[in-house]
Design a binder for this molecule. Structure first.
Ligand SMILES: [Cu+2]
Length: 227
């Protein structure tokens, strides 16, 4: 091999390694789901009322795991549904949440998770009806839960009827769904609050707790409380 050819080969090989390293860093280490910000974003934002809009779907056709159940968050600025479970709210504020429940039912493993706790009035209004508990053993009526142990919040999300034909393309914009509305106060001190669904909805994984249940962007995420 001639010297110029060797140099060219070496440079090309070097650039290929750099490109691969950049891809790994950007795609796998920094490429997590985005965080959707609620509130004015102008500090101090404490005492505001913000409206957080979520939906849960039978699938996630915008990801590399199209058969995984998933939450989505609506960006209040663009109105677009974002494939993420990360959001931020202002500290010490009233958080009005609406969850559109598009997924079908799965019985809760423990009926404890059917109790609505940590919301204002310990209720969730489902399709206009205030509920304090959903019994998913007497009727298959819970799709997922929105549970944040750090503030004692647990809200089972109602599901459409068993016979309904569920929305098949995410994020869902039509099809049978429930409208779940509840409010809670965000903590006064900034911090990160983990939330997760308590239904073992990771179909195809041991005990249903793998896959989407343990992956940010699907059934688990964080609420950042910011000042
Ligand atoms: Cu779930």
């Amino acid at each position: 091999m001639s010297l110029p050819l060797r140099i060219v080969t070496l440079v090309v090989a070097f650039l290929a390694v750099v490109a691969l390293a950049l891809f790994v860093i950007l795609h796998y280490l920094l490429g997590g789901p985005p965080r959707v910000a609620f509130g004015s974003g102008v500090a101090p934002d404490t005492g505001a009322t913000v409206h957080v809009m979520l939906q849960e779907d039978p699938q996630n056709t915008v990801s590399t795991h199209p058969d995984w159940v998933s939450y989505f968050i609506q960006d209040p600025k663009t109105g677009k549904w974002v494939h993420t479970t990360l959001f931020s709210v202002p500290a010490g504020s009233k958080i009005d949440v609406t969850v559109l429940g598009y997924d079908g039912c799965t019985p809760l493993r423990n009926p404890f998770w059917g109790k609505i706790t940590g919301t204002i009035g310990d209720v969730s209004v489902i399709d206009g009806k205030p509920m304090s508990v959903l019994n998913s053993w007497s009727g298959c009526n819970v799709a997922h839960t929105f549970s944040m142990p750090g503030i004692g919040l647990n809200v089972p999300i109602g599901s459409p009827p068993l016979t309904a034909t569920l929305c098949g393309t995410s994020p869902c914009t039509s099809g049978p769904h429930t409208v779940n509305q509840f409010s809670f106060y965000s903590p006064r001190t900034p911090g990160q609050y983990f939330w997760q669904c308590r239904i073992p909805c990771g179909g195809g994984f041991i005990d249903g707790f793998g896959g989407p249940m343990q992956t940010i962007g699907f059934m688990t995420g964080n609420m950042d409380v910011v000042n």
